[in-house]
Write a protein that binds this ligand. Structure first.
Ligand code: NAP
Length: 304
């Protein structure tokens, strides 16, 4: 794979930025990568583990001369970071981000950026429940989708270059508009996270089942919820506050369906339950056939 950008700046050095760095290095896609994180603790860890070719003490220094700047901070911090870096951006540079919400990020970042840079928002649909500079790994994006959300007037050449970077680090790339992105992710990621947070919270509240029983007997269902519910609190607070509309719409639908299933259980409507679970099983099959998860029992945790 050949180099796509000469100088890249990663602002925020957590799971996504560190995975991007290791993957770019693996593929030789960037000449020089500079990183910046808000706290000196994170910058020190980054230097210790060799994350980025150099770690700068200010965002301004990191973005100077960069051909690509990627904002890898929580959604709620994107606007302030854009304001800070805007005066230091190189003319013709591409500014992108990896935020899990797109409409709110575009509204927060767009107004600060000068006309002579290309803003191409992006969202890699890949992650884990871990965070911080030590949590990244080069394979994170392999075979996962990254959605690009370019404005209509963005030069095709700039979009193509960013696409090549993401494809180079293993992702499948598609373009989508911001509003649709937020609705799709509301269904596939944001609402499920809220439901997982709620389920784990409920188990914690059920005093008839002790905490130690919940942990000791955690079966596949609950255990899988706990993994999702261990995700970074700051990131997820910001996701819900910034994708309000779509999340609330989907939770409304979710509540209606939950009531329907609750009623079926109360009235003994086994046919409804069976038909419902048959439909959901087909959705799971579709995900496996699309290569987006493993077919191994218990997500491959059971050794054959
Ligand atoms: P992370 O591991 O928690 O790292 C976040 C980084 O942002 C840290 O370096 C942190 O600096 C910095 N930061 C936090 N608050 C900040 C602020 N107010 N101002 C400036 N910098 C700040 O996060 P991540 O998982 O990589 O997520 C980064 C972005 O990717 C988020 O927008 C998230 O929505 C998106 N995303 C995440 C996932 C996922 O599964 N994790 C998947 C796709 C997209 P310090 O360490 O110095 O505090």
């Amino acid at each position: 794979m050949s180099q796509t950008y000469d100088k890249v700046a990663l602002i925020g050095l957590g799971l996504i930025a560190s995975s991007m760095y290791w993957a770019m290095k693996r593929e030789g896609l960037a000449g020089e990568v500079r990183g910046y994180a808000r706290s000196s603790e994170t910058r020190d860890v980054a230097r210790e583990i060799g994350l980025c070719d150099s770690v700068c003490d200010s965002a301004a220094e990191a973005v100077r001369d960069a051909d690509l700047v990627v904002l890898c901070v929580p959604v709620g911090a994107m606007g302030a970071v854009a304001e800070e870096i805007a005066p230091h951006l190189k003319a013709g540079a591409t500014v992108s981000d990896v935020g899990s919400v797109k409409k709110a990020v575009i509204e927060a970042v767009g107004p600060y950026l000068p006309d002579n840079v290309n803003f191409i928002p992006a969202h890699p649909l890949a992650g884990t429940e871990h965070s911080g500079p030590g949590s990244g790994f080069a394979e994170l994006f392999d075979n996962r989708y990254t959605l690009l959300v370019p404005a209509q007037n963005t030069p095709q050449k700039a979009v193509q270059k960013l696409r090549e970077l993401w494809e180079g680090i293993g992702a499948k790339v598609e373009e989508m508009d911001a509003e649709h992105h937020d609705l799709v992710l509301g269904v596939t990621s944001h609402a499920p996270h809220l439901i997982a947070y709620t389920m784990v919270g409920v188990a914690d509240d059920l005093r008839r089942v002790t905490d130690s029983e919940v942990i000791k007997y955690s079966a596949a269902g609950f255990r899988d919820f706990t993994r999702i519910a261990a995700s970074d609190p700051t990131m997820w607070r910001d996701v819900f506050l910034n994708n309000k509309e779509a999340t609330l719409e989907i939770l409304g639908r979710f509540t209606e369906e939950l009531f329907a299933l609750q009623r079926a259980i109360r009235t003994g409507d086994g046919d409804l339950l069976h038909a419902y679970f048959t439909r959901t099983r087909a959705i799971r099959r579709g995900i496996i056939e699309a290569g987006q998860d493993t077919d191994a029992p218990d997500f491959g945790r059971v050794k054959k």
